[in-house]
Design a protein. Structure first.
Length: 83
């Protein structure tokens, strides 16, 4: 029974990564700042795991900054084009 918990953690871990990547692609396609924001939030927790590494995997923790930055600039652009 102890290993069943490990499978659920892995499922949630990879589910968040998959969801984040899907929403990132959706945001690029639709230019949606909300999609970028949710993508960054979905990628944040799995990337914290990599942030605790002692080698170059630590740099993977910076990946959620890309969707957050794109969300900021997309929303800023959306505000400027709206009448």
């Amino acid at each position: 029974m102890e290993q069943a918990g490990f499978y659920w953690v892995g499922l949630v871990f990879w589910g968040l990564i998959g969801t984040g990547l899907f929403l990132f692609a959706w945001g690029l396609w639709k230019k949606s700042w909300k999609s970028f924001l949710v993508s960054g939030m979905a990628l944040f927790l799995p990337m914290l795991y990599f942030g605790g590494a002692n080698n170059w995997f630590r740099l993977l923790a910076l990946i959620p900054l890309i969707p957050f930055t794109l969300a900021f600039y997309t929303k800023k652009e959306f505000k400027n084009t709206k009448y």
